[in-house]
Design a protein around this ligand. Structure first.
Ligand code: ZN
Length: 437
């Protein structure tokens, strides 16, 4: 752990300390390797395996793989295993954040336009390395990042640095720049003579083929499309791409073995995105029972981002608990309940970045507040997300043969979801990044 503390302080070191940095990096790789080769037996009063809660179970890990999961008194513990016992705590699979923006930070600190237009990619990337660290230490060992919002392919670079052990963070699936239709996306409201850099890459018609291929070439793990946006002077969410355009994007994306995911709030954009082959619908502010059923039929997962709406409303002056909720919050609560009633698969993703990285649990708390059972929210952030993102053969569950991403939180999150705020232990691929006791 001492090595990691040095690592966090890297940015305070001068260039003259290059030798020291090299030494630290060397130490870190040694740290990772030696740690990863260790066998751990972790127990607690409860173990959530991604599907069910078990009493007095344990998980045995050997480096990057889980060896055994079961009642703790029925597992043979190898003599060279390090045993870590937690009491009133819950072991869970590493949590999966379904919708992050590591290149953004809360808009009440710096508004979105300023982050996109005035901050350099290098400054934003430096900040993002801290966001990645905070995400991991909050128990989120995997994250799907939904676009750099004007920071090019910095997400691809951050993912690489994490994979190479240069910085710490969750394993990432990244979108890169994301795609918007001409005229729809921000920053907006500037003199039309100005060429304003946008928060995503505009493309239309047949040009979409070239742009999808280019984004894949530059490192996009999936293609993120804004199927609608607050478009035109009235600021309403309107479908931006035609059904045929979305189908074309999906065809080109699929042929590369990747998937298309869609930001879609309006009913028509959700419908088009689903029919065109989107795998997840982001936000879905106007989802209803009928659309939820359509999504279910097409095996599409809903990523609600309830926290984004809630928090942005507060940034705009809503005093939660004191004032009546504004219309968009009331609408979000209503549509979230309709989504639950429809039976559509609901994953967890909060648009974190709008609120602080490391506070990812806020989305889970609000999902409960908006009407979902804590146990279902726990599944959303583990097994449901792993299935939605095609990771369910290796992540999102505690099962033998799966990657040893193991988190321990104090208390019982299936009763009180805020227990996830109290992270005791974080292991990613056999390496311990946090251990409170
Ligand atoms: Zn987003």
């Amino acid at each position: 752990m001492r090595v990691m503390k040095y690592l966090y302080n890297l940015q305070s070191l001068s260039m003259k300390s290059l030798k020291l940095i090299c030494c630290i990096l060397l130490c870190m790789s040694v740290f990772n390797v030696s740690n990863a080769q260790k066998i751990f037996f972790i127990t607690a009063d409860r173990l959530f395996d991604g599907t069910e809660m078990h009493s007095k179970w344990g998980v045995l890990t050997d480096g990057p793989k889980i060896i055994k999961v079961g009642p703790k008194d029925q597992i043979d513990i190898p003599s060279n295993a390090t045993v870590i016992n937690y009491g009133d705590a819950t072991i869970t699979p590493g949590l999966i954040e379904g919708h992050s923006h590591l290149l953004l930070y809360p808009y009440n600190i710096t508004d979105w336009d300023t982050q996109v237009l005035k901050e350099t990619d290098s400054y934003r990337t430096a900040r993002a390395t801290v966001h990645a660290k905070n995400t991991l230490l909050a128990g989120f060992t995997t994250a799907r990042d939904l676009g750099t919002e004007g920071a090019g392919y910095s997400d691809v670079a951050i993912k690489r640095a994490i994979n190479e052990g240069i910085i710490i963070g969750p394993r990432l699936m990244v979108a890169g720049r994301a795609i918007v239709s001409t005229g729809s996306y921000g920053p907006k409201g500037y003199d039309h003579d100005q060429e304003i850099m946008l928060g995503a890459e505009p493309a239309d018609g047949n040009d979409l083929i070239r742009v999808v291929r280019d984004q894949i070439g530059k490192g996009a793990d999936f293609i993120k499309i804004y199927a609608d946006y607050r478009w035109g002077v009235n600021g309403e969410d309107r479908p931006s791409f035609t059904l045929d355009e979305l189908k074309l994007i999906n065809e080109v994306t699929r042929s590369s073995g990747r998937v298309m995911v869609c930001h879609a709030k309006s009913k028509e954009a959700i419908r088009r995105a689903v029919l065109a082959g989107a795998e997840t619908i982001e936000h879905g502010d106007f989802i209803d029972v009928e659309l939820g059923k359509l999504m279910k039929e097409h095996n599409v997962t809903y990523i609600p981002t309830v926290a984004a709406v809630d928090v942005i409303s507060q940034y705009r002056g809503w005093k939660k608990g004191v004032m009546d909720p504004p219309a968009n919050v009331l609408n979000k609560r209503k549509s979230f309940k309709e989504a639950i009633a429809s039976g559509v698969s609901i994953g967890m993703g909060g648009d974190v970045g709008v609120y602080p990285h490391g506070e990812n649990v806020l989305e889970m708390e609000l999902m409960v507040e908006y009407g979902m059972q804590p146990f279902d929210v726990l599944k959303a952030a583990t097994s449901v997300n792993s299935r939605a993102f095609h990771l369910d053969d290796r992540l999102g569950f505690l099962k033998p043969g799966y990657i040893s991403d193991v988190v321990v939180v104090a208390g019982d999150p299936s009763k009180n979801i805020s227990a996830i705020r109290n992270v005791q232990f974080v292991m990613k691929e056999g390496v311990i990044y946090k251990q409170v006791k």
